[in-house]
Design a protein around this ligand. Structure first.
Ligand code: 13P
Length: 287
């Protein structure tokens, strides 16, 4: 059964580790992430962007696939199914479809509007026992058409949103989605420390987990980050393993063209990436 992300993140914040959010795109992704979390006895969050939801034909398909898979694979670790960077309407759709968690990304609205819309969603999510992530200060880079410049959030604005009763808060600290450019300045720990100071117990969320050096990940966790989102890194490892298989001509040998064979190296590569991240984030055996 899917669970809200609240309990797993409060435990993570108190225990100074982070739970990974791994974005899913299809059956292979979902299976790889669920199996790895189960093997490592780790809680996990499956992230679904609006674009990925559309790709998988809609949120109801996603809910059906994840629920069915959890039952058939006998997954017993806590799993939250979470809308990533949702619009207000997208959140309502996912709540209706049976997600257990949503993110409302109001970071591009003026703060008053972000507050107003987040307030409404807090009420709805509380009634349903779901977790809600809010965002202040947009995350840089491009993800499914949502483009941001990598701002640093205003800590006072973070406090204003945290005080509305959201479950977890994403604050921009110079992080961006996708690969980091050569001239990236690194995370702003000054901003993170200021946000943590004002928001106290609130689990903080670090987006753009791909390519952040290990020491920065560890420092971010020590400063209150309890959820780290990883998307691009699984895509890169899947693509590299698939390329290797094709370039080695394996699809031309025997039944190597069978999708169950063709997609197997990519599937294993996602598992390896997720395993590495769960180890780094410290959530192994925290289920
Ligand atoms: P990356 O694609 O950079 O790992 O970011 C993922 C993310 O933050 C999803 O919201």
């Amino acid at each position: 059964m899917l669970v809200s992300a609240k309990e797993m993140l409060q435990k993570a914040k108190a225990g100074k580790y982070a739970v990974g959010q791994f974005n899913i795109n299809n059956l292979e992704w979902t299976k790889a992430i669920l199996l790895t979390a189960q093997e490592m006895n780790s809680p996990v969050i499956l992230g679904v962007s609006e674009g990925a939801g559309k790709y998988m034909t809609g949120y109801k398909t996603v809910v059906g696939m994840v629920n069915g898979m959890m039952e058939e694979l006998k997954i017993t670790v806590p799993v939250a199914l979470h809308l990533d960077h949702g619009s207000y309407e997208g959140c309502l759709k996912c709540i209706e479809a049976g997600f257990s968690s949503v993110m409302f990304d109001g970071s591009h609205y003026p703060i008053e509007e972000n507050v107003a819309k987040t307030t409404e969603l807090v009420k709805i999510c509380n009634e349903k026992g779901m977790s809600l992530e809010a965002e202040v200060g947009s995350i840089g880079g491009e993800e499914d058409g949502v483009v941001g410049a990598g701002e640093c959030a205003d800590p006072q604005e973070c406090k204003a949103i945290a005080d509305l009763g959201v479950t977890m808060l994403a604050a921009g600290i110079g992080n961006i989605h996708g690969k980091y450019p050569e001239n990236w300045k690194g995370l702003s720990f000054e901003t993170l420390a200021a946000v943590q100071e004002l928001t106290g117990e609130m689990p903080l969320v670090l987006h753009g987990g791909t390519g952040i050096p290990e020491d920065m990940i560890k420092k971010a966790i020590s400063l209150g980050v309890a959820k780290i989102n990883v998307n691009t890194e699984c895509q890169l490892s899947f693509a590299a393993a698939t390329r290797e298989y094709i370039e080695a001509g394996k699809d031309l040998q025997g039944k190597g063209f069978d999708p169950r064979k063709l997609l197997a190296p990519g599937f294993e590569a996602i598992k390896a990436t997720v395993r590495e991240k769960i180890t780094l984030f410290g959530s192994e055996n925290k289920a």
